[in-house]
Design a protein around this ligand. Structure first.
Ligand code: KG4
Ligand code: ZN
Length: 340
């Protein structure tokens, strides 16, 4: 019998709902909140209000696109954390009420695990595929930068991670310094295509082990731009593509340096990328080169599955459904990562 899972994601500034059948995506609807762009970052209060406006139409559209009646659903999976508490409350309250009224199981999902498991999704007609455990996963998003050894769907061992800013934050902050809109990653990626990555050099941190640090890079970029603006007020406009290409190059080098180090002594055959920053064209290319050099198979989520979406929540829910891992309506959202 088919298993249909409705996934609900509302941890940050995207309200999303998806319906999957097994691991196949039937619909994946995302309402991205535009209201934050003018503030240069996500404003939590505005985010929860926008989630409240979006949640019903988004879920309704997801069911319609999937051509699934709500009574056919096997379970409802929702993001329970980490994320903004006000935003999480909107999705989790809705999921609880809907599961309760339909009398079907409720499944809590960890947003970071879901980013990783997005690599097990496929579109209708595509063969079932995905990495083989154990695999090495670089999870890079707006809030997290993690190197994980994934031994099983829910056995993810942290082998490295950022000690300060996340890689996505480094992109977003660099964009802000350049006067570019939020989220900055995709904009920097676009300008970087036309720029020279070797024009400006920014020192990257060399922490021991597999940990990352991006706050020093951000500060040196800030001072560099500020000092040059003193000499030439048009410095940014005249050098935008080169500035974007150079800062992107520094962030990617920082990420791939540790990736190579991890690959030198890992038992894993498969290398996987996950999270919003894995949409970055330069990082995807660099990861492909690293995988080739270390004779690993590379798995990249399709672009629509890199950033926040509910299909990844639903697939995580599907794997939990098979284990009977359900929660009651008294489960409480959490804001920060749970030691992953
Ligand atoms: O995974 P995600 O949608 O949300 C979190 O869980 O944080 O990641 C959002 C982050 C933002 O920092 C955004 O700037 C970054 O992913 N991002 C990118 C690109 N697309 C999104 N960074 C670099 N290049 C991109 N193409
Ligand atoms: Zn995310």
């Amino acid at each position: 019998m088919s298993v249909y899972i409705l996934g609900i994601e509302s941890s940050c500034d995207d309200t999303s709902a998806a319906v999957i059948e097994g691991t196949t995506i039937l619909s994946n609807v995302i309402a991205s909140q535009k209201v934050h762009a003018e503030y240069g970052g996500v404003v939590p209060e505005l985010a929860s209000r926008a989630h409240q406006q979006n949640i019903i139409p988004v879920i309704d559209t997801a069911l319609k696109r999937a051509k699934i009646n709500k009574n056919q659903l096997s379970a409802i999976a929702f993001t329970n954390g980490p994320g903004l508490l006000g935003s999480l409350l909107v999705g989790s309250s809705f999921a609880k009420a809907m599961a309760y009224s339909l009398n079907i199981p409720l499944i809590q999902v960890d947003h970071l695990q879901a980013h990783v498991l997005a690599n097990f999704l496929q579109k209708p007609g595509e063969p079932i595929a995905g990495p083989s455990c154990p695999f090495l996963c670089l999870t890079v998003s707006g809030g997290h930068t993690l190197l994980l050894q994934v031994n099983d769907y829910f056995d993810m061992q942290r082998i490295g991670g950022t000690i300060d800013d996340a890689a996505g934050e480094a992109f977003d902050k660099a964009a802000k310094i350049l006067g570019l809109p939020y989220p900055g990653g995709p904009v920097i990626d676009r300008y970087a295509h036309e720029g020279d990555p070797n024009r400006f050099h920014f020192a990257i941190s060399h922490l021991p082990g597999l940990d990352y640090s991006f706050s020093g890079l951000k500060t040196s970029f800030l001072y560099f731009v500020r000092d040059n603006l003193k000499e030439n007020p048009n410095f940014i406009e005249e050098n935008l593509p080169d500035l974007c290409a150079s800062i992107q190059y520094a962030i990617i080098r920082s990420l791939t340096d540790k990736l190579k180090k991890a690959l030198r002594d890992t038992p894993c055959q498969d290398l996987v990328l996950a999270g919003g920053v894995s949409a970055n064209s330069g990082l995807r290319e660099a990861a492909a080169n690293v995988a080739r050099r270390y004779h690993k198979n590379l798995f990249l989520p399709t672009l629509d599955l890199t950033t926040d979406n509910a299909a990844m929540i639903a697939v995580c829910g599907y794997f939990k459904f098979r284990q009977g891992d359900f929660v009651g309506v008294d489960v409480v959202p959490y804001s920060s990562a749970r030691g992953k």
